[in-house]
Design a binder for this molecule. Structure first.
Ligand code: 0GY
Length: 306
């Protein structure tokens, strides 16, 4: 069922006219029952535009309606979070202005992950650091980016500012193919949505096993226990996600992050209620100690070390 749901989403993407601007977020998310600890960090979210100020890339694979910093910070407060890590979305290409603007408006409550042209100068990387960026993202999803040049990615990964990491977004079927590339990256790795395993296989399924093998290969690989809405096609309340992901968080408690993924790029037929996403936290991380690591200590180590 997971595959069916994402296939349907992909088909919708193909049928859509590129001039249509899409709304991929819930109009009025519920108040979560779960109350995050003070200082909690939503470590995977995005901003879209506003387009009048920050136009989308000519290579964007989707054109969203505006979802700017005011909306993001209102959601943060509504959900009971204190801070955000804003990840540059593919629709903004390698121009990080919208992400930097959102960070600048956050009163120190946001940091970010950029997407850069691998030929970027060292001085520009340093300027991104001043603007609150602490990592760069390599996206390997063919439906989102035209190309992902591993050799050039590796070159830039070798000259990142001190303390930065690399965020990688890929789907489970290319994990093995990416291994030599990822093994060669000399800074910590953060894997978006656990590399999109099929969680309906269960906690001991082939995808989770392969991901655990990868985690075991070095101790500086982190993962985001995120996106039940993308990974569990059975839908809300995403029981298979909870069943498959809770053991991973329990076994790697110092290497997990959590985020809403708001405004949920490309989600259209199953837009998640963000309040319900927050209520997944105690199902993935049942103890206060795990929740503190997931929501505060782990993301702080990557994004607020300085
Ligand atoms: C996500 C997922 C998606 C999109 C992007 O940068 C992006 O456009 O990340 C997706 O469509 O799966 O994690 O936000």
């Amino acid at each position: 069922p997971g595959l069916l749901r994402s296939a349907r989403n992909d088909e919708q993407l193909e049928n859509r006219k590129m001039t249509d601007r899409i709304v991929s977020w819930h109009p009025s998310p519920s108040k979560p029952l779960y109350v995050p600890p003070v200082g909690a960090i939503d470590a995977h979210c995005h901003v879209f535009g506003p387009a009048a100020q920050f136009p989308f890339s000519a290579k964007a694979k989707y054109l969203p309606e505006d979802a700017g910093p005011d909306m993001l910070f209102a959601l943060r407060d509504h959900l009971g979070f204190d801070r955000n890590v804003i990840v540059q979305a593919s629709c903004h290409g390698t121009d990080n202005a919208a992400t930097l603007d959102a960070i600048a408006r956050s009163n120190g409550k946001a940091r970010g992950v950029a997407v850069v042209d691998p030929a970027i100068h060292d001085a520009e990387l340093q300027a991104l650091h001043e603007g609150g960026i602490r990592g760069i993202r390599f996206n390997f999803l063919k439906r989102l980016v035209d190309d992902a040049p591993k050799d050039k990615f590796l070159e830039v990964a070798r000259r990142l500012p001190q303390g930065w990491h690399v965020v990688i977004y890929f789907e489970a079927d290319i994990l093995e193919e990416l291994r030599p590339f990822m093994d060669a990256i000399p800074v910590p790795l953060v894997i978006d949505h656990m590399g999109r395993p099929d969680v309906t296989q269960g906690p001991d399924g082939a995808d989770m096993k392969a991901f655990r093998n990868f985690l075991n290969s070095r101790d500086d690989i982190w993962f985001k226990a995120t996106c039940p809405d993308r990974l569990d096609g059975n839908g809300d309340p995403w029981d298979m996600f909870a069943e498959s992901v809770a053991p991973l968080v329990a076994d790697y408690p110092t290497r997990c992050l959590w985020g809403t993924d708001w405004p949920h790029p490309n989600m259209q037929d199953a837009v998640p209620d963000d309040g319900h996403l927050v209520d997944m936290i105690p199902r993935s991380a049942p103890t206060e100690e795990l929740q503190r690591l997931l929501l505060i200590d782990n993301p702080e180590a990557l994004y607020w070390a300085d």
